[in-house]
Design a protein around this ligand. Structure first.
Ligand SMILES: Nc1ncnc2c1ncn2[C@@H]1O[C@H](COP(=O)(O)OP(=O)(O)OP(=O)(O)O)[C@@H](O)[C@H]1O
Length: 237
């Protein structure tokens, strides 16, 4: 469970998150909001990548300010820019690195790596240099490298921005089937329509928190768009 208490954060004196308090218990939670509204900053507080200037974030009772290592083992984080996340020379090595300190046997590590390579259509790229993958393949690799560690909670910050339609469907289906708690930050409003809870962020505050349909309507109105015209901002018709 994720709990935020009066989370406030600023960059160079510019407020980005203002007094956010939340108790996130639902299985699938979506977070939507305008560019620059503070979503990525909020996402990063959830696994301790950003420690807020004031307030606290708790992950299953662990304070991200004090227990960063344990928090990161529990909360998997997928960045919108996969280049941020890919650190090893080859595709298989990049997936394997997350299991390095897992205590698993070599055989089990190989089994898990092979399984995710297969699942994410990357088996044919096993020994390829990771930096030479296409943008979309990198995004798949970034998700695979996190899921192979089997985190308790997954936080995804726009994980489908570079993907073609088939791979958007693959990622969305994968996220939908995950047994663990998912917090998805996205501009794809249709993706969150069957989520359990949707938060709308605006100017560093949670301005709506509830069912997907009214949340999307609230956001659409906030953007100054008529209902029904904001279903997929950012996508080419
Ligand atoms: N490291 C940083 N240093 C200074 N300012 C930052 C930093 N990161 C983000 N900001 C600023 O904080 C504000 C919120 O950024 P953030 O990335 O959290 O928004 P966002 O809602 O995720 O935006 P988008 O939808 O465009 O990805 C923006 O004005 C941004 O310029």
């Amino acid at each position: 469970m994720l709990t935020l208490e009066h989370v406030t954060h600023a960059y160079d004196g510019c407020p980005v998150l203002s007094d956010i308090s939340l108790r996130l218990t639902e299985h699938r939670i979506g977070v939507i909001g305008a560019n620059g509204s503070g979503k990525s900053t909020l996402a990063r507080t959830l696994n301790g990548l950003i420690v807020p200037d004031s307030g606290r974030v708790w992950v299953d009772g662990l304070d991200t300010r004090r227990r960063a290592r344990e928090v990161r083992q529990r909360v998997g984080f997928v960045f919108s820019d996969p280049a941020t996340q890919i650190i090893m020379p080859t595709v298989a090595e990049d997936i394997e690195i997350g299991l390095r300190d897992s205590g698993l046997s070599r055989a089990e590590i190989t089994r898990r790596v092979d399984a995710v390579l297969e699942r994410y259509d990357l088996a044919g790229h096993r020994d390829h240099p990771a930096h030479l993958l296409s943008g979309g393949q990198k995004q798949l690799l970034a998700l695979a490298a996190v899921l192979v560690t089997e985190p308790d909670i997954l936080v995804c910050d726009e994980p489908t921005t570079l993907l073609d339609l088939r791979n958007v469907a693959l990622i969305e289906r994968t996220l939908r089937e995950l047994p663990q708690q998912l917090v998805l930050f996205t501009h794809h409003l249709e993706t969150v329509m069957d989520f359990d809870r949707v938060l709308v962020v605006d100017e560093g505050r949670v301005v709506f928190d509830g069912e997907p349909e009214p949340a999307v309507a609230h956001y659409t109105e906030l953007m100054g768009l008529a209902p029904g015209t904001g279903a997929a901002p950012g996508r080419t018709p």
